[in-house]
Design a protein around this ligand. Sequence first.
Ligand SMILES: NC(=O)c1ccc[n+]([C@@H]2O[C@H](COP(=O)([O-])OP(=O)(O)OC[C@H]3O[C@@H](n4cnc5c(N)ncnc54)[C@H](OP(=O)(O)O)[C@@H]3O)[C@@H](O)[C@H]2O)c1
Length: 226
Amino acid sequence: MIVGVIGAGRVGAVLGAALGQAGHTVVAASGSSPASAARMARLLPDTPRRTPAEVARAATDLLLIAVPDDAIAPLVAGLTFRAGQVVAHTSGAQGLAVLEPAAAQGGRTLALHPAMTFAGTGDDLSRLPGTAFGVTAPPGLRPLATRLVADLGGTPSGSPRPTGRSTTRRSHMARTTWSRSSTRPPTGCATPGSYTRRASSAPAASRPRQRPSARRRGADRPGRPG
Ligand SMILES: NC(=O)c1ccc[n+]([C@@H]2O[C@H](COP(=O)([O-])OP(=O)(O)OC[C@H]3O[C@@H](n4cnc5c(N)ncnc54)[C@H](OP(=O)(O)O)[C@@H]3O)[C@@H](O)[C@H]2O)c1
């Protein structure tokens, strides 16, 4: 697939690199900070750095949105999508409603939430195999979502509740309750509380992820292409 990554942060750069290793082509990624630039240099050395709007245009098959939870809605509201383009975010705190502007333009939306803590380094690539991914997808997209998770080395583990969106810690805890259709919640992916309780004893792949601080910026801010 032709893939674009908005947000070459800890998650986006690593998942982009994993998709590249699986044979997909990551044509563009965004991130204006020195940290994102450094991650791209290490993990996506052949991928040009572009603005989010340019990444959305270039990602003909799959647009992966890996920005802080609270930044997804304002970002998506300002982007133009392609009909048929798969648009995925990686948040465990948001459902598909936050991607509604993409769906309204013909995008096919899903959420792929890896239940592991990312450092944003190459070490994460070796920790992806076997990682549980919370998948939220309409029935028609589940086969593709399953394939993408497999390409990332992960295992799909049921679906977080598929509707609505949340921006608070309280509602995040409610939303990451797993639906009855899943056999059991993935390790380390129940509530922020359970992340914390497992932190000291769990293996690295199931330790709690660090919740990033959200920043609100526009889709067209300069990306300082590298
Ligand atoms: N970290 C984890 O362990 C983990 C695990 C599972 C899921 N997740 C989820 O994955 C998503 C990304 O988390 P992360 O930890 O990778 O975040 P991160 O390391 O803070 O990286 C965020 C990336 O998004 C960019 N960004 C920030 N605000 C933006 C905006 N308004 N518009 C466009 N780009 C913006 C940043 O670019 P700049 O270079 O300009 O700052 C950076 O490249 C979140 O939804 C998070 O909940 C995280």
